[in-house]
Design a protein around this ligand. Structure first.
Ligand code: ADP
Length: 267
C-alpha cells in the first residue's frame, strides 16, 4: 500500500497513476476475491473489538468520479460487519441550512465517536472539487480550504481519530463502460443520472482538482491513497487490506470486566 500512499513531501501527477493495474497482488481475480473473503472476516472481528473496547475512532473517506465505485466499496469491503458501530455518511448537495453555515459544519457532526467506524461517501473534499469546478464560491475562498482542511483533520487526529482517505481512481473509458451498463441493465437504471454526463464533460477539470487536493491535503497523520479502481476486486482488496492493517495496529483488547466469572452461578 505504501506505493499508493501520497507522500506529503513529494508532488504527484495523476497521469503517472494507472487506473487498471493490479501489481501489488500476485494472483488472479479469483484469488483476489478469495483473499477479500478472508479480509472480510478479519474486519468483522476487528470491528467488534473496536466497538467493545470503545477507545478508537476510525474515519474512512471515499472520493472519486461518478461510478468510481464508492457505493460498491462500502458494500463489498464492509460485508459482514456488524451495522452497530459502522455508519455510512453520504454528502449530497448541501441543504439551505447547511449552506447557511461554514462548509465543515455538516462534516464535523458526522465524524465517528469512540468505538465507531464512519465511512464518508463524498466528504468535505467536495468543497474543493465540485465547488471549484462549478465556481460555486470565488477562487480566493476555496483556495484557503486546503489549509483549513489540513488543520481540521489534524485536530481530529490529535483528539483520537484515525483518518484514512481513498481516492478511487478510474479511467474515463471505464466510467463510460459503467454508465453504459447502467443504461443497458434494468436493475442498474436507477443509478443513471443524466447530470453525471454534465460532470463527465468536465473530466480534465476534475482530474486537476483531484491532483491539487491530493498534493495539498495528504499528510502523515491523514494520508490519501490513490486506488487503481478500474478493477473492482483489486480496489476492494487494497482498501480492505489497509483497513485491516490499520485496525491491527491499534493492538486492541476486549475490556476487562470486574466480575470474576467463576464467582457467578446462574440459577
Ligand atoms: P452520489 O453520491 O451517489 O453520486 P448524488 O447523485 O445525489 O449521489 O450526488 C451527490 C451530488 O452532490 C454530487 O453531484 C456532488 O458533487 C454534490 N455535492 C456534494 N457535496 C457538495 C457540496 N459541498 N457542494 C456542492 N455539491 C455537492
Amino acid at each position: 500500500m505504501e506505493h499508493y500512499r501520497v507522500k506529503p513531501e513529494k508532488e504527484i501527477h495523476l497521469k503517472d497513476y494507472e487506473t487498471n493495474e493490479s501489481s501489488a497482488f500476485d494472483g488472479k481475480k479469483k484469488d483476489g476475491k478469495k483473499r477479500l473473503l478472508e479480509l472480510n472476516e478479519e474486519l468483522e472481528t476487528l470491528q467488534e473489538l473496536l466497538y467493545a473496547e470503545g477507545k478508537h475512532k476510525l474515519l474512512v473517506v471515499l472520493q472519486g468520479m461518478d461510478a468510481a465505485g464508492k457505493d460498491g466499496t462500502v458494500r463489498h469491503v464492509f460485508e459482514g460487519v456488524n451495522p452497530q458501530g459502522v455508519r455510512v455518511s453520504s454528502f449530497k448537495v448541501p441543504t439551505a441550512e447547511e449552506l447557511a453555515h461554514d462548509y465543515l459544519w455538516r462534516i464535523h457532526k458526522q465524524t465517528p465517536r469512540s468505538g465507531e467506524i464512519v465511512i464518508f461517501n463524498r466528504s468535505h473534499y467536495e468543497d474543493v472539487l465540485v465547488v471549484r469546478v462549478k465556481n460555486l464560491v470565488p477562487e480566493k475562498v476555496w483556495k484557503k480550504r486546503y489549509a483549513q482542511i489540513r488543520e481540521f483533520e489534524k485536530m481530529l487526529v490529535e483528539e483520537g481519530t484515525t483518518i484514512l482517505k481513498f481516492f478511487l481512481h478510474i479511467g474515463k473509458e471505464e466510467q463510460k463502460a459503467r454508465f453504459q451498463a447502467r443504461l443497458d441493465d434494468p436493475t442498474k437504471h436507477w443509478k443513471f443520472n443524466p447530470d453525471d454526463l454534465k460532470v463527465r464533460a468536465f473530466w480534465e477539470d476534475y482530474q486537476q482538482a483531484y491532483e491539487d487536493l491530493l498534493n495539498k491535503t495528504s499528510t502523515e497523520e491523514a494520508p490519501w491513497y490513490i486506488i487503481p479502481a478500474d478493477k473492482k476486486w483489486y480496489r476492494n482488496l487494497l482498501i480492505a487490506e489497509t483497513l485491516v492493517k490499520t485496525l491491527k495496529s491499534f493492538q486492541m483488547q476486549y475490556p476487562a470486566n470486574s466480575v470474576d466469572p467463576s464467582t457467578i452461578h446462574i440459577e
